[in-house]
Design a protein around this ligand. Structure first.
Ligand SMILES: C[S@@+](CC[C@H](N)C(=O)[O-])C[C@H]1O[C@@H](n2cnc3c(N)ncnc32)[C@H](O)[C@@H]1O
Length: 211
């Protein structure tokens, strides 16, 4: 039980040497399929201003920065270990101004309204204290026409793994669709699913139509 809580907390907010060197490798390998699906679903254009919430080791920050010739990718993450790892991986893009990384909690939404063309997050919504309020506030920092994408693994599959349910909260694709449409007031809700090697990967997206 104690081990399950420790591991679950490392997923939520990686810390120390274990977080920096072991969890980051774990995320890079174990979450690659879902991260690839989210990146494809983003359909970036070269000018997009993008935010990744909970970037972990910063793999998608790097991919986005390499793609965006005239745009910018920003990232926010709760963990000092992940910020250090992602900074190291993206040093070149940070120095050129194409990537910006900050330590922080997305639930405090430290960005101004109408800032981003696209916002995405992968494997992080399980840990949010108040997802409906967070999604509502996040929709405000999207530009009109902007897109929010949530990548996650399915509730029924995740509940079979021995993780601490006081740390994790799992969702079905219908739960996430409802969060985006009802609390985010987003339209054009789209669900993409892909059977991965171990889990089913889901990407649920919504578009901000109103201003
Ligand atoms: C399980 S890891 C996923 C990392 C990466 N997105 C991936 O799919 O491999 C969760 C990440 O989200 C971050 N995180 C959790 N809650 C957060 C919050 N409220 N605001 C910002 N980052 C958060 C953690 O620090 C951690 O780096």
């Amino acid at each position: 039980m104690i081990l399950s809580k420790y591991i679950s907390n490392q997923y939520r907010k990686p810390s120390g040497i274990i977080g920096r060197f072991i969890m980051s490798r774990f995320f890079e390998i174990g979450n690659a399929e879902l991260n690839n699906l989210v990146f494809e679903t983003l359909s970036l254009t070269e000018q997009d201003h993008v935010l990744e919430i909970g970037f972990g080791p910063g793999t998608l920050i790097k991919r986005a920065a390499e793609f965006l010739s005239d745009g910018i990718i920003e990232g926010i993450d709760l963990s000092e270990s992940m910020v250090a790892t992602a900074l190291k991986k993206n040093r070149k893009h940070i120095n050129s101004g194409k990537a910006k990384i900050q330590l922080g909690d997305i639930e405090k939404v430290p960005f101004e309204n109408n800032r981003f063309d696209k916002i995405f997050t992968v494997n992080t919504i399980y840990f949010w204290e108040n997802p409906s309020t967070a999604i509502s506030k996040i929709s405000h920092i999207l530009k009109p026409g902007g897109k929010l994408i949530i990548g996650f693994h399915d509730r029924r599959e995740m509940e079979k793994i021995s993780l601490d349910m006081e740390v994790f909260r799992f969702y079905s694709k219908d739960n996430i669709s409802e969060l985006l449409s009802v609390h985010g007031s987003l339209n054009e809700i789209d669900i993409i699913s892909k059977r991965g090697k171990h889990n089913t990967c889901y990407c649920v997206s919504g578009t901000k139509i109103n201003t």
